[in-house]
Structures are given as structure tokens and as C-alpha cells.
Design a protein around this ligand. Structure first.
Ligand code: UD1
Ligand code: MG
Length: 454
């Protein structure tokens, strides 16, 4: 372990205030377990994977962290000081130690870098992050001397009654001088309201000045202890993501009703209409127009794609694809460039060639459709016989008339025609016309002879 700063993230607490069977730091924020945000910020600021202190046997957290962190266990949740004390000798290193609480997902890497730089700027025992947040409830408060040095942190529930409450709150994020930190941790006691070993008490055990950096953005001081704070963090993260999108050249008509996960990419000059959700690994090209009321998860789309009030999941769209209103595009679907879906169309596990149109109320399932095909309104590919699924294959430039039923497995050759209302359960050769319906019969004068009802 080198002389540079290395990070330790405390994440072994029980998270009682979440009232959840799921470990606190695994609750999703912007679609991902929220511990990952602090891990990524720490990695960016120090250049190496952080140590994360976890509860014993927390296999789910270990799995989520994977190679992104080095996990060490705290035997019992005896407080933040005891958590840090659980880091073994081998992970302690000689350089400064950046410590973060695990429930601070909105902390920015730049803020951690500022803290590290401030710590290196003059000899000191510790540099910590303070702030004046919108909601200070439950946070430790900083007591400073006339020179601005931090004398101690007092937990809210240990504040002396009747005395003025300091405004500045502790962010739970510190850079410590290694040589002083580790021995001081062994001198902590648990004489406080919670009977825990508080990391904050270590401040008074250090020799040399403890300096503070004030966080510029109150959003960084949203800590997740309960589900109200989880919602507050979600809102703040969303504003941050939307701001970045807008600054990169995307029009978001109504940020208040637009939900975009942090990893989502949208090309410039795209417009996102209200009540739209873009999540997962969604990546859209330039000049797209999405919504209103579109829900896209894991969608990869090219440029100039237009999507109405529709739901799309795990699919790929080429340039200039147009998806009308109330469509559903289900996983494992590729719509090549210029494909158009009319209103109420559904496509699943299918490839659709360039320039093909699938009209309103059509249902194309488990199909391979060629280029420049016209699928008339209300056409259904019947993919299931009650036991197994089968594919429908449609060649290039095929015209399928309205309200046709194509029973898989079936093949429609290039350039063939299917008469409207046909039931097709045999292959159609290229260039043929298939009419799979009973011939119309007109009974002349029938209305006049119709028996009169008494
Ligand atoms: C802590 C700070 C408080 C600060 C606040 C900022 C202490 C005593 N208090 O309070 O001054 O304003 O963070 O968010 O440090 N953890 C363990 N093992 C434990 C207990 C906690 O690993 O035994 C972990 C938790 O998983 C959590 C972090 O440490 O990620 C902080 O614990 P939490 O209980 O949330 O502390 P706060 O009461 O929020
Ligand atoms: Mg907390």
C-alpha cells in the first residue's frame, strides 16, 4: 500500500431507521445500490479501490461491490469508531486516510479531492467536511474555536440541553493523519447516549489542529438514514442528472416530471417531453424526441428517433425509428433504421428490417421481419401452441394485409402478398399472393326476403 491517500468507507451499520430486510446501503438510488456512489467517488479521488467495512457475512454487499472495493468485516455494530478500528493492519497504509460514511451517496469526487488537498496544504491531524444542510436532523454538530479549528463534534442526541445548538454539521467525511488516527481509535470509549464507540470522539484525542472544509452544495449533505432521506437523495440526484443533460444540449421540457437514471446518455438537440422515464443503460443519439409519458429501460437508439407514449425494454433502435403511442417493445428486439410502429403495436424478441412498418394493433412476437415490409393493422404472429414457442420469418418487401393471422413456424418469401384477414399456417413462396380466408358470398335481395320478426 503506497504513501498516497487511501479511502475507508463505513457500511457495517444495521440501518435500523430504514426498517428494511435489505441492508441500508443496498437500497437503490438512481437504479443502483447507493453504496456504489461513495465507492466511485472515493476511487476517483484517491485513484485506488476503497476499503469498505461491512457487517459479517453480508454476501449481498460483497457481491455488489465485487472488484470495486476491498471488504473488511466489523464483528458487531458497536459504532463508527469501532467500524474504522476493524480495518486490519495490512489495509492501513502510511498515507493519509480518507474516511467516509457509507450513507453519503451525493458526495462529489471533487469535494473529496478538495478535502485531500486541504489536508496536504499544512501540518494537521485531521481535515473534515462541514456543511449547513437543509435538514440537519440527526447530524453531529461542530464546535469550533475562535481561529476556526474544530474542537469537537457533538452528536445531536448528546447536545447539552439549554445551550445554543451549533449550525455547522458534520458530514462524516474526514482525512486523518495515519500515524495519529490508528492509535487514537484504541482510546475511544462508549460513554454517550447510544453506548457506541463514536468516530467523532477521536477528534478530541488527536494532537495538532483539526481543520474544516465547508461543502459548497447542500445536496452533498443528504445522508440516508431513513426512507424520507432516501427520497430526498433520489430527488437531488435526479436534479443533478437532468442539469447535466440540459447543459449538454438536451431539452427537458419539465424536469419535475422527468426521471432519468445517472448512467443514461442522450445526444444533443434531443427533446424529452414530460412524464418520461429513461433508466438503466439507455443510450439515445442526437435529435431524438421522447414522450410525453414514454418509459425506456436499457434502450440503445440511434439519431432522430421519435417515441410517443410507449414502453420500451432492453431493445435496439436504428436511426429515424418512429414508435407511435401506446406501443410496447419488449426485450431482445432490434428495430433497424426507419422502422415505424403504429399505435398500440407490440414487438417482442424480434428483428425488424430497415424501413418496415408495423401498423396499429399488430403483435409481432418471435419474428424475423425483412426490410421494407408492410404489416397491416391488427396482424398477429401466433408464436405459441400451448407448449413451445416458434418463429415467424418474413422476407423483404412483403405486404401483409390487415388483420392477418400468421401461425408459426411459418415463412413468407420475399415480395409476397397476404390478403387482408388471412389465416396463414403454410409457407408462402416469394412473389406469391396468399389468401387464407373463405370467399365472400353475396345473397342478392336477401334483405327484402328477411323473415319479419313478430
Ligand atoms: C454519523 C456521525 C455524525 C454525522 C453523520 C453524517 C458518528 C458517531 N456520527 O452519524 O456526526 O453528522 O454520520 O452522516 O460517527 N457504521 C458502521 N458500523 C457501526 C455503525 C455505523 O459501519 O457500528 C456505518 C453505517 O453503515 C453508516 C455510517 O457508518 O454508513 C454512519 O453510521 P450512521 O449510523 O448512519 O451514523 P449517523 O447517526 O448518521
Ligand atoms: Mg447516517
Amino acid at each position: 500500500m503506497g504513501d498516497g491517500p487511501h479511502a475507508v468507507i463505513l457500511a457495517a451499520g444495521q440501518g435500523k431507521r430504514m426498517r428494511s430486510a435489505l441492508p441500508k446501503v443496498l437500497h437503490p438510488l438512481g437504479g443502483r445500490p447507493f453504496i456504489l456512489y461513495a465507492v466511485e467517488a472515493a476511487q476517483a479521488a484517491t485513484g485506488s479501490p476503497p476499503v469498505v467495512v461491512i457487517a459479517p457475512g453480508d454476501a449481498r454487499l460483497r457481491e455488489v461491490l465485487g472488484d470495486a472495493a476491498i471488504c473488511v468485516e466489523q464483528a458487531a455494530p458497536l459504532g463508527t469508531g469501532d467500524a474504522l478500528r476493524s480495518v486490519p493492519e495490512s489495509q492501513r497504509g502510511p498515507g493519509p486516510v480518507l474516511v467516509l460514511v457509507g450513507d453519503a451517496p451525493l458526495i462529489r469526487a471533487e469535494t473529496l479531492e478538495r478535502l485531500i488537498a486541504a489536508h496536504a496544504s499544512s501540518p494537521r491531524a485531521c481535515t473534515l467536511l462541514l456543511g449547513v444542510p437543509t435538514d440537519p436532523s440527526g447530524l453531529g454538530r461542530a464546535v469550533r474555536d475562535a481561529d476556526g479549528h474544530v474542537l469537537r463534534i457533538v452528536e445531536e442526541r448528546d447536545l447539552p440541553i439549554g445551550e445554543p445548538v451549533p449550525m455547522e454539521c458534520n458530514g462524516g467525511i474526514y482525512v486523518f493523519d495515519s500515524a495519529q488516527l490508528w492509535p487514537a481509535l484504541d482510546r475511544l470509549t462508549s460513554a454517550n447516549a447510544q453506548g457506541e464507540f463514536y468516530l467523532t470522539d477521536v477528534i478530541e484525542l488527536l494532537t495538532g489542529p483539526v481543520e474544516a472544509v465547508v461543502a459548497p452544495d447542500p445536496d452533498e449533505f443528504i445522508f440516508i438514514n431513513d426512507r424520507r432521506q432516501l427520497a430526498a437523495a433520489e430527488g437531488a440526484l435526479r436534479r443533478r442528472t437532468l442539469d447535466a443533460l440540459m447543459l449538454s444540449g438536451v431539452t427537458v421540457e419539465d424536469p419535475a416530471s422527468t426521471y432519468v437514471d445517472p448512467g443514461v446518455q442522450v445526444g444533443p438537440d434531443s427533446v424529452i417531453h414530460p412524464m418520461t422515464t429513461l433508466s438503466g443503460s439507455t443510450r439515445l443519439g442526437a435529435e431524438c424526441e421522447i414522450g410525453p409519458m414514454a418509459v425506456l429501460r436499457d434502450v440503445r437508439a440511434g439519431q432522430r428517433v421519435v417515441i410517443g407514449e410507449s414502453r420500451l425494454d432492453d431493445c435496439e433502435l436504428g436511426d429515424d425509428v418512429r414508435v407511435g403511442a401506446y406501443c410496447r417493445v419488449r426485450p431482445n428486439t432490434v428495430l433497424a433504421s426507419g422502422v415505424e410502429l403504429g399505435t398500440h403495436a407490440e414487438v417482442k424478441n424480434s428483428t425488424v428490417g430497415a424501413g418496415t412498418r408495423i401498423s396499429h394493433f399488430s403483435c409481432v412476437l418471435d419474428s424475423d421481419v425483412g426490410e421494407a415490409v408492410n404489416i397491416g393493422a391488427g396482424t398477429v404472429t401466433c408464436n405459441y401452441d400451448g407448449e413451445a414457442k416458434f418463429r415467424t420469418t418474413i422476407g423483404n418487401r412483403v405486404f401483409v394485409g390487415t388483420n392477418s393471422t400468421l401461425v408459426a413456424p411459418v415463412r413468407l418469401g420475399d415480395g409476397c402478398y397476404v390478403g387482408a384477414g388471412s389465416f396463414i399456417d403454410h409457407d408462402v413462396p416469394a412473389g406469391a399472393l396468399a389468401v387464407g380466408r373463405s370467399r365472400q358470398r353475396n345473397v342478392e335481395g336477401w334483405a327484402a326476403r328477411r323473415p319479419v320478426q313478430s
